[in-house]
Design a protein. Structure first.
Ligand code: PLP
Length: 323
């Protein structure tokens, strides 16, 4: 794999770099999922980070890699989801300025969460595109660094530290099932696992509605798709038409891309709630939904990356009360 885009060594460097702020997350055996599937199933609990999602790893690695001057000038992002929260959290930890650009469509709860983390929130225009434009302007005019959500070597290497932990916690692993959106998580974990043993199967899972990476791989180039409502809202969004890293890396490391329906995601969420007393978000439950479907045949030792738990309580209530 000499043409790999991010060297495996960078994942080890990331592990060392983020050690002071990122804790190792637990890997637990799932008695219930193992009984349902007939194979050994383990859950990697990435919702255990203080921000409730794995994105803290990539953001920490990226921001800690900046020069002192870049840190002093500050960072900016236009994500209001798990990535934006992670950037604001790390910036606060390190005491560096952080501006999150948002459109006026972003709900108040999200804005308040970012403000609580000490970020400057700038409201610009009506769409995500307007927010992105402002972010790039901040970079050009004020020298702030835009922290990208997935298509960045340091972000990928940071997410890759999950793979190192899985290897240490479950050296028998034969398959890792990873929620897939922009592909930073899958590229990082794929890189680290396959560098140790290329026979480890990497499975990417996305909701049926709007599986941009999987569709792009089929077409052979990045495509964009219409966004639809989904329980896996953290998996929404494009991969960028000028994608540099995660498109080729997902192509290289993913053995299988699979899709799950909204009903399967719901089943996954309710399964984790009922059997593990675990509240997670839709994106994180996609792998469970997949394993519960009878026609999926997993390898003998499977690790599911449970990627986050930022589910709002209306969605949660809706899930529980709907019959
Ligand atoms: C961002 C995110 C993903 C997908 O990660 P990508 O690197 O964009 O593929 C999955 N689950 C959760 C909870 C996320 O926040």
């Amino acid at each position: 794999m000499e043409d790999r885009l991010v060297p495996f060594r960078d994942v080890w460097k990331a592990k060392k770099r983020i050690k002071s702020i990122i804790e190792t997350t637990p890997l637990v055996y799932s008695e219930h999922l193992s009984a349902c599937t007939g194979v050994k199933v383990f859950l990697k609990l990435e919702q255990n980070h203080p921000t409730g999602a794995f994105k803290l790893r990539g953001a920490a690695n990226k921001i800690l890699s900046l020069s002192e001057e870049e840190k002093n000038t500050g960072v900016t992002t236009f994500s209001t989801g798990n990535h934006g929260i992670a950037v604001a959290y790390i910036a606060k930890e390190l005491g560096i300025p952080c501006t999150v650009c948002i459109s006026n469509r972003v709900p108040g709860v999200k804005v308040n969460r970012l403000k609580k983390l000490g970020a400057t929130v700038e409201t610009v225009g009506k769409s995500q595109d307007d927010a992105e434009t402002r972010c790039i302007q901040l970079e050009k005019e004020e020298g702030m660094t835009v922290i990208k959500p997935f298509d960045d070597k340091d972000i990928i290497a940071g997410q890759g530290t999950i793979g190192l932990e899985i290897m240490e916690q479950c050296p028998e692993v034969e398959e890792v099932i990873i929620p897939l959106s922009g592909g930073g998580l899958l590229s990082g974990v794929g890189l680290s696992m396959k560098s140790v043993d290329p026979s480890i199967q990497i499975t990417g899972v996305t909701m049926e509605k709007g599986a941009v990476m999987q569709e792009s791989l089929r077409k052979g180039h990045p495509v964009s798709l219409e966004e639809e409502d989904t329980l896996a809202d953290s998996l929404l969004g494009g991969i960028g038409t000028g994608n540099l890293f995660t498109f080729p890396m997902t192509k290289k490391y993913m053995n299988k891309g699979v899709l799950v329906s909204e009903a399967q995601i719901r089943e996954g969420l309710l399964f984790l709630l009922e059997h593990h007393k675990m509240v997670v978000e839709g994106a994180a439950a996609t792998g469970v939904g997949l394993l519960l479907s009878e026609d999926y045949q997993p390898e003998s030792h499977v690790v599911l990356v449970v990627s986050g738990n930022n589910i709002d309580h209306e969605t949660m209530t809706g899930l529980i009360t709907r019959v």
